[in-house]
Every structure is written in C-alpha cells, then in structure tokens.
Write a protein that binds this ligand. Structure first.
Ligand code: 5GP
Ligand code: 5GP
Length: 227
C-alpha cells in the first residue's frame, strides 16, 4: 500500500484551500451599473455636462460594484490606495466618452472616477489593480450595448412610455440574463428608466444571473426620456 501524504498533511490541505479561497475572493459578484444621461438630467436637480462637452446619447458607466450574495456590500476598502490618474492615463479618453460625469458643477470626471474607485474599486483589490478595474468596466461597456438592444426591440429614448416588463425582456432576451432596472422621477414626477444593473462574476468577465436584486423603484410603465 502506498500513501502519498502523511495523515497530518492530508488534514491540513483542505484547510489551506479554504484559507486561500477566502483571500482570493472577498466579495461574491459585481453589479455593473449603467446610467441613462437623459434621466439624470431631466430631474428637478438637473445636471451639468462634463468639461469635455455633452456626452453621447448613450448609456454611460456609473460603476462596477463588488457585492455580497446577501445584498450587502463592502465599501471604501483601502484608504491607502487613492485614485491616481497616472495609472489609467491610456484609458482616460475612453473614460471621458464612456464614463462621463453629469454632476454639478461641471468637471472633467476625476471626482466621479475617484469616488467610484475609492468606494467600490478598492473593494475588488483582490482581483484588480486600478488600471485593471477601469479597464474591466470599459470592456463590459463594449461587450453589452444596452441602447442598441433596447432600440432593436423598438424601445427608443423618445420620451415615450414603455412597460417595465418590455424593457426587462428586451435585455434578458438579448443577453440571456435578467437585468435590474432602477427608475427615478423626472421633474413632473414620472417614473423613468434611470439605471440598468447587470451582474457579472468576480473576474468581471462573464455576465451571470443576479444572485440578489437591489430594491425596486419603478412603476409598471416607465418613460425613456431623450437626451
Ligand atoms: P442609492 O441609495 O442612490 O441607490 O445608492 C447610492 C450609492 O450606494 C450607489 O451609487 C452605490 O455607490 C451604492 N449602492 C447602492 N446600492 C448598492 C448595492 O446594492 N451594491 C453596491 N455595491 N453598492 C450600492
Ligand atoms: P454613488 O451613488 O456611486 O455612491 O455616488 C456617486 C457620486 O458620484 C455622488 O457623489 C455624485 O455626486 C458623484 N457623481 C459625479 N458624477 C456622477 C454621475 O454622472 N452620476 C452619478 N450617479 N453620480 C455622479
């Protein structure tokens, strides 16, 4: 009879495996969150275009947010790793286009990206450095063209009302996973399509079915405002 490992080592191996797994993955999945600029801007609060000019009439990135399966999430995980534009220099022009800021006062996006990296990005340090984090979000944006998907299903940003169900089905049918739609209200109080949440695995490479959904804030009919 041969025995490869002495009993003590065989007992230790599973423990080591558990320890490495929990280190390698300190969150369960990401929400990849896209915002419709028309719905950010037509609220009572209004918006400011970034210094680079009016963004394209397209969904922009809001963030890539590490989350736990129980719905809670980590935030501001590493004060020692502040946003550093020099680490993403090669991505900045794409970030300006695909991750534009709409908050007032008008700015170049640095504040928005700083906030997203420091609040959310630092909680995915086990997977991504700063460059990898922004690159992963930009890659997802390229991978899923939510506006094209909606338009192909006849859902246009024309100020019209659409059933929430039709919006969800259009995206589910196209990507194979159910998105979460978040609404806000325009100045007149109408419920409108504000953000689209897609769930992705911990490497931010593959779309997955959402393990848990954020709270609901849409009417059954929602407006898709123009921008
Ligand atoms: P709000 O309260 O406006 O929905 O969200 C405010 C901010 O909290 C979001 O922009 C985001 O930074 C964070 N947040 C809200 N809900 C979630 C969530 O379910 N998961 C994660 N990771 N962050 C969230
Ligand atoms: P979150 O909601 O992700 O916690 O916080 C978003 C923060 O980024 C807020 O402080 C907000 O003022 C700022 N911000 C800057 N530009 C934008 C934008 O275009 N959209 C959103 N949702 N927040 C922005």
């Amino acid at each position: 009879m041969t025995r490869r490992n002495p009993p003590a080592v065989s007992l230790l191996l599973p423990l080591l495996a558990v320890a490495t797994t929990s280190l390698a993955q300190d969150f369960d999945f990401f929400y990849f969150v896209l915002q419709w600029p028309g719905s950010y801007c037509d609220t009572a609060k209004s918006c400011c275009y970034p210094t680079s000019g009016k963004p394209a009439a397209d969904f922009g990135i809001h963030g890539l947010w590490p989350n736990y399966n129980d719905g809670s999430y980590p935030s501001n995980c590493d004060p020692n790793n502040p946003y550093d534009a020099s680490k993403v220099r090669d991505l900045l022009s794409t970030m300006r286009q695909k991750w534009p800021t709409l908050a007032c006062p008008s700015s170049d996006g640095t504040q928005f990206w700083t906030h997203e990296w420091e609040k959310h990005g630092t909680c995915s340090e086990s997977v991504f450095d700063q460059h990898g984090y922004f690159q992963a979000a930009l890659k997802l944006k390229k991978q899923v063209d939510v506006l094209r998907i909606l338009q192909d299903a006849g859902i246009q940003p024309d100020g019209g009302d659409y059933s929430l169900k039709s919006v969800v089905s259009a995206i589910s049918d196209a990507i194979g996973y159910t998105p979460w739609i978040e609404c806000n209200n325009d100045e007149g109080g109408n419920s409108q399509l504000y953000q689209v949440y897609l769930c992705v695995d911990t490497s931010a490479a593959k779309l997955i079915e959402c393990p848990v959904l954020p709270r609901k804030r849409c009417g059954s009919e929602i407006e898709f405002p123009s921008f």
